[in-house]
Structure formats: C-alpha cells, structure tokens
Ligand binder design. Sequence first.
Ligand SMILES: [Zn+2]
Ligand SMILES: [Zn+2]
Length: 239
Amino acid sequence: MSVTYPHLLSWLADIIFPKRCLLCREYVNAYACTSCLNTIDLKGSFSCIGCGLQVSAGRTCPFCKEECSVDQLFAATEFKNKDIQALIKAFKYQFISEVSSSLVVIMAKYIKQLARRGYLPFGQSPLLVPVPLHSYRLNWRGFNQSELIAEELGNLYQLQTEPGLLIRSAHKAAQVEIESHEERKKNSEGQFVCTRDIKGQAILLIDDVCTSGATLNECARILKLKGASYVGALVIAKG
Ligand SMILES: [Zn+2]
Ligand SMILES: [Zn+2]
C-alpha cells in the first residue's frame, strides 16, 4: 500500500497536534466526541422560515408564502446551543474542515428523528444543493462548509449532490455582517445564478445556519425561476 503525501501530512499532523474534542477538551482524536455529540438537543418543533412561528412539518406559513420561496425548512438544532456554536465557528472561522463529519452525525440523528415521526425531507429524492460561497470567500477559507456537508449527506443517503447548480454572481457583504432583516434581504437579491434548467426538479438546499432566511429564500427564488418544483432547506441550526 502506498502512502500518499496528503495522508502522510495528516498522519504527522495527528502526532504533532493530536485532536481534542472542541467541547470537552478530551483527547479523542476527533473534533467532537460521541458523548458530547449525544448531549446536543435536536429541535423537536418546526418554524416558518419567514415569521418564525411554529408550523407543521416546517412548511412556510400562508402569510409568508408570497415573500418566501423556500417551501419547507428543516433545522436540526438551535444556534443558541453553545456547543453547536462552538462547532460551527470552528468549521467556518478556524477552517477545520473535518468538523463537517461531526455536523453530519448531528444531521443524520435529526433525519432519523424526523423519519420516526413520519416526516421525510428526502421524500421526493431531491437534488442536494449547497448554498454557494463567493469565490473570494472560498479562496480565503479553502472550502465551502455547506458543500462538504452536502457531499457527506449525499454519500450517506445516496442522493445526488450538485454544488455547481447555484453560483454567486457578485460579491456582497456576508449576511452575518448585516443587522437588519430588510437589509439582509436586499443584500441577498441578485447574488445567485442557476446554471441550468431544472424543470420539475425537487431540490433540498443545504446550509449551516439559517438566521433571517434571506439567503435561502433568494436561492429558492432563483431555482424556481429555472423550473424547480419544490425547494426545501436543511440546515444544522436555526439562528
Ligand atoms: Zn467531548
Ligand atoms: Zn410565516
């Protein structure tokens, strides 16, 4: 068996910098240990992507339908959970791409819980589409966290993933830098381009955090203009 250069590097890195659980600080050779992952509460209720009110099966409520193009929102956890915040921050801002596997474990647990309750986020065999980063941010970070999660989920559930379906058309401020809901909505408009026709296609958008929902709704609006029949969104945390 040949040892490839990147494998050798990661083997060396494990010796020099052994991995600790980001949550309990134990040396477990993982960024989140199983017992810490098991203590993270999964979201039991669903909220409307527009108004945040409790709704059945995550469906966008009738009052928000006109403004919101996402049909259904599935959020595995609440962003106010400190452990989730620590994992997402390490993933996003400390560039630890391996954290994606721990986040996918949380999502898989959530999906199992949904299935047990009779909800099927993958019911229409949707195409998984990660919310794209602008290439400027991608280069700076080295990876798109949503794409890593979408790919792992696709492998796990044997669903097709298409990271290139949506691309960013212009660099605007990151949504996290903008406070007001209206400003966030304005900032997200015209940011995305759908690269092919997707008539009749069901799509599940994948992202890490849904805060105002503006980015997801704008992605969904563009996908529907190109013919998508359904656009759901699956995120790790609802902000
Ligand atoms: Zn731990
Ligand atoms: Zn609503």
